[in-house]
Design a protein around this ligand. Structure first.
Ligand SMILES: Cc1cc2nc3c(=O)[nH]c(=O)nc-3n(C[C@H](O)[C@H](O)[C@H](O)COP(=O)(O)OP(=O)(O)OC[C@H]3O[C@@H](n4cnc5c(N)ncnc54)[C@H](O)[C@@H]3O)c2cc1C
Length: 312
């Protein structure tokens, strides 16, 4: 197919930077390219090839050396903020951290202050309803324009249709059905379920590692264990019935634990990291090891929040 590059090095596309190549590769740089996505996806379907969309790659681990399907990299970036109406219009690959910083610096608009330091794209934030200290992407969301990958139609979804809840949305529930093109937010009113006075800039700077990581690797597991609530009340959220994965890993001695070039950060036990020479198997071995150690100590299973992308 004429739009596609072959055997493209995609190492830099995941934040873990493990060596990886894609059999086919396509970049979406303009609205004209959006029209081509449906053709590329249809080609992949006809050839029985898997499709992988990549945005900022801050939430995915490539568990392969060569991806046997088609990688589609979104490069759509433009956004604007109307100071009068306070409506923010974004394209899906805009970086949410950069927007939040510019809103504050250039427009004195601080409603997205807690997103300063949140890596990734508008897509990633909407897809997983990303949240920082209780500010969630859904809060000021108005609508999104999406491409339906099965029909090629462009549709608009409002907030109700997006069915947001904790770290999820319609887009996550119907995986690979939609490609997000753009989204609008209304920043005229503060909307929050819970308030937080956390200094997120200090927290990001001092409590979280940077570079080759995809943030918290494991989800906080949902459990209802009486002994855990009794013995560790500070690490159990009554509202959401969640146990802190950070606590489980830290207390299983996994902080700073290393297998070859993969390790858990000394700053935050739930941040899986890779050195520059790490391969995906170093990371996968460490993930497997951590799950076993935590289970042996606490009898709790921990699952990955970061998506592990395979060829199957
Ligand atoms: C240092 C650090 C700190 C972080 N802190 C936070 C935090 O505080 N709160 C928080 O919520 N998150 C946090 N994250 C996680 C990350 O910022 C978010 O998950 C982000 O929204 C991901 O955006 P992205 O553009 O990088 O997505 P990508 O990683 O590029 O993609 C996200 C996933 O979407 C999948 N995907 C893409 N297109 C489709 C499609 N059409 N259908 C189905 N699946 C698709 C991809 O395969 C991928 O698995 C942190 C990450 C890092 C590195």
């Amino acid at each position: 197919m004429k739009y596609l590059e072959q055997n493209k090095d995609i190492t830099s596309l995941s934040n873990f930077k493990t060596p990886a190549v894609a059999r086919y590769y396509f970049e979406v740089k303009s609205n004209d390219d959006v029209d081509k996505i449906f053709d590329v996806v249809t080609f992949a379907k006809n050839e029985n090839l898997k499709v992988l969309f990549v945005w900022w790659g801050t939430n995915m681990l490539f568990a392969f050396d060569k991806f046997k399907g088609v990688v589609i990299k979104n490069c759509l970036e433009w956004w604007n903020y109307n100071e009068k109406s306070k409506i923010l219009k974004t394209s899906s690959n805009d970086n949410i951290r950069e927007i939040a910083e510019s809103l504050e610096k250039d427009y004195g608009q601080d409603l997205w202050h807690r997103f300063i330091g949140l890596p990734g794209s508008i897509w990633g934030a909407i897809f997983g309803n990303a949240g920082c200290f209780w500010l969630e992407t859904e809060n000021n969301f108005v609508s999104a324009k999406v491409l339906d990958l099965s029909t090629g139609e462009i549709q608009t979804f409002d907030k109700q249709q997006m069915i947001f809840s904790y770290r999820t949305s319609l887009l996550k529930q119907y995986e690979w059905k939609y490609f997000l093109i753009s989204a609008d937010f209304d920043l005229s009113t503060k909307v929050e379920k819970y308030h937080s006075d956390v200094d997120n800039l200090y927290f990001r700077e001092h409590k979280q590692p940077k570079w080759n990581t995809c943030g918290s690797f494991f989800k906080n597991p949902v459990v209802s264990l009486e002994w855990f609530k009794r013995d560790y009340p500070d690490y159990y959220s009554q509202d959401m019935k969640l146990v802190s994965s950070w606590f489980l890993l830290e207390n299983s001695g996994l902080k700073w634990h290393r297998i070859w070039w993969a390790f858990f950060s000394p700053l935050h036990a739930n941040f899986l990291m890779s050195d520059w020479s790490a391969t995906s198997s170093d990371l996968l071995d460490l993930i497997d090891h951590a799950q076993k150690i935590v289970f042996n100590k606490f009898w709790i299973n921990i699952d990955n929040e970061v998506r592990i992308i395979t060829n199957f």
